[in-house]
Design a protein around this ligand. Sequence first.
Ligand code: FDA
Length: 305
Amino acid sequence: MEQLLRNFFLFLSKNRFFTRLAKRYGLRFGAGRFVAGETVPAAVETIKDLNQQDMSVTIDHLGEFIDSEAEAREAADGCIEAIKAIAEHELDSQLSLKLTSMGLDISDDLVLENMRRILDVAEEKNVFVTLDMEDHERCEKTLTIFKKLRSEYEHIGTVLQSYLYRTVDDIKELDQYNPNLRLVKGAYKESPKVAFPDKKDVDENLKKIIKIHLLNGNYTAVASHDDQIIEYTKQLVEEHQISKDQFEFQMLYGIRVDRQRELVEEGYKMRVYVPYGKDWYGYFMRRLAERPANVAFVLKGVFGK
Ligand code: FDA
């Protein structure tokens, strides 16, 4: 039943009609639990609050499935607005974005043009930018663009997903760029032809890539709410005397908030991924797929209580 619900929400997450409808009607169905608001000022207030609790942030200007060049340029403008707000309010925040919102499905040149615009401002304002990783179909393209931009800019990183068979090779290949990588399990529905179908294998592969990347001396963001992964990382860094400056934990806004605070109290760096914007639908559906128990929040959102 749980697997059926997961697949159902992942199927819904890709629906362009609902994506557009959701943009028009605003945050609904309890999505506010996972999304900081629709505007930059709303996101700024959330970041201030988290910074006061000694948590760093990466702000995500939500966006995916762009159909026109104009929409992609508008999304890039939105990211630039967010970077300027981070600098203006002196916030401890990075920026995350999805390349599909920059026009990945339209043309690589458009993506590069948008990204260079963003990265120029980010460099000036000293804000780090992470390219989120999307579905397997777009993984190769995302990594190619990342490598190109990484050879031009310092303050850019990306994400690798442990559910993909290719990831161990990717992490070894990327080592020559000394990349700052966020390592995750992976949030999309993938075929067993390209991704481990068993959660156990996904978990083991995440441990494996965390170890490879940390021992290669690269900055590592361990992005997981899973205690098993967090404990593994703590033991690994202790065993190899890896400095707390070489890694951080990351979690999503609104998920395991108590655990986020505990890690800060234990002296670890914790970064919270804070999404905001009108394009909340796909992100919200993927969070429901990860934990169908969250559907209770949706029902409250629909029925008012
Ligand atoms: P797992 O799913 O095993 O969950 C462990 C425990 O965490 C659960 O038992 C539950 O207690 C809690 N939990 C997990 N998800 C929850 C939820 N939605 N609601 C409530 N509780 C929940 N993916 C991707 O493909 N590309 C990307 O760029 C990113 N970026 C990213 C950034 C950050 C900061 C994080 C934390 C995650 C991502 N992800 C991602 C998502 C990631 O791939 C993965 O889908 C989720 O983190 C869930 O996997 P966990 O490692 O948390 O473990």
